[in-house]
Ligand binder design. Structure first.
Ligand SMILES: [Zn+2]
Ligand SMILES: [Zn+2]
Length: 397
């Protein structure tokens, strides 16, 4: 029987695990209930299981009967601070916490793959490392797991690493999408505070108004994006938070804003880290105002190895047909901490369309929306895809 057929046979089981995790979502690095569900799903399989110290991760190693390299499959486990509004029968039971990024599906598909691969242990030449990872949404859980040794969990360093991410919009249901090179952006944070001197709004010359200078910095950042950076190595800067003052007739002491910066190459990222604080400080200087400007690097660019992306794309085409395998023209402006894994070892990150039937991919609520819905139909195929990636990568030696 093919892996796909075997996956279809356990589709209900995979969906059940997904629903259980979806009902009880947890945020961050400590996900004890989710961890228990993962351990429960893996119980009885021929795996070497260890759990994390700094985070509630689960690392499982399957050793094939024959010698060979090691490959890594990753599923992230954490939810978001969102109150679910989908009305699904298995919706979150907790206000303010929701699996709005579909990580519940990732856990279930990875557990399904663990089951499918365990059944083929005697045929495998090498080892498979299953990386169940907390804290993807801003907590850099992947980096912590790397520090705790996940890449070497099987002994030799993994030779290839793969992750699937479901999408509630854009991609049609069941379509796998990947590309060589940059797949997702680097996402960094910018913090700016302009320090002035408060006073009466009617006599600004007796105060030092921080607001116009802060506004100038916001606009200058947008100009900088278009004047300093190659249009073919794109940059996005969005000021998402801007705060100053309390009322119309008082000049405040300070004005602050926060922004996100997205980029796709280390060179551009380094330039941003240098130019953004410099621009902010110098505009402050021009107005004789002190400016604190911090550029804080967060997740790096997620870069797919060209050969591994081609391999993953070919695997999707062979398994599911050309209509379900997309070579993505452009990267995504989102960011991922799987980037830390792909900085260390070659591999590929793939998106999987999970937009429910009857909804339009272009207009469906996006990942992170309180209305985001991910269809169970992708679960067996996602598990089969992870399984085949491992089998075929090991077969390459
Ligand atoms: Zn997310
Ligand atoms: Zn995600």
């Amino acid at each position: 029987m093919s892996v796909r057929d075997e996956a279809a046979k356990i589709a209900d089981e995979i969906a059940e695990l997904r629903h259980a995790i979806h009902r009880e979502p947890e945020i961050g690095l400590d996900l004890p209930k989710t961890q228990q569900k993962v351990l429960g799903a893996l119980a009885g399989l021929p795996l070497e299981i260890s759990t994390g110290t700094a985070l509630s991760s689960v690392t499982a190693v399957l050793r094939g009967a024959k010698p060979g390299p090691a490959v890594l499959l990753r599923g992230d486990m954490d939810a978001l601070p969102v109150t679910e509004a989908t009305g699904l029968p298995f919706a979150s039971r907790h206000d303010g916490v929701m699996h709005a990024c579909g990580h519940d599906l990732h856990v279930a598909m990875l557990a399904g793959a663990a089951r499918l691969l365990s059944a083929r242990q005697s045929e495998l030449a090498g080892s498979v490392v299953f990386m169940f990872q907390p804290g993807e949404e801003g907590f850099a859980g992947a980096r912590s797991m790397i520090e705790e040794g996940v890449l070497d969990a099987a002994g030799p360093r993994v030779a290839g690493a793969y992750a699937l991410h479901v999408s509630s919009n854009r991609l049609p249901l069941g379509v796998f999408s990947t590309r060589p090179g940059p797949m997702l952006a680097a996402a960094d944070q910018i913090f700016v505070t302009v320090h002035g001197k408060g006073g009466h709004a009617s006599t600004p010359h007796r105060a030092a108004d921080p607001i116009p200078a802060a506004c100038e910095i916001v606009l200058a950042l947008q100009t900088m994006v278009t004047r300093k950076f190659d249009v073919f190595d794109p940059v996005v800067i969005t000021v998402g938070s801007f705060h100053a003052g309390t009322t119309d007739n008082v000049i405040p002491d300070s004005a602050s804003f926060m922004a996100t910066a997205r980029s796709y190459s280390p060179e551009t990222r380094n330039m941003l880290a240098e130019l953004v604080p410099q621009l902010a400080r110098r505009i402050g200087e021009a107005h004789k105002l002190e400016v604190d400007a911090q550029y804080r690097t967060e997740y790096p660019v997620t870069v797919n190895d060209a050969a591994e992306a081609a391999f993953a794309g070919a695997t999707a085409t062979e398994l599911f047909g050309e209509s379900r395998a997309e070579l993505a023209e452009f990267p995504i402006t989102g960011a991922e901490d799987f980037s830390y894994v792909l900085e260390q070892v070659p591999g590929a990150f793939l998106m999987l369309g999970a937009c429910p039937p009857g909804t339009e991919p272009e207009t469906a609520p996006t990942n992170h929306s309180a209305y985001a819905m991910f269809d169970d139909a992708v679960l067996p195929d996602g598990a089969a895809m992870l399984t085949e990636l491992a089998i075929r990568r090991l077969a390459r030696g």
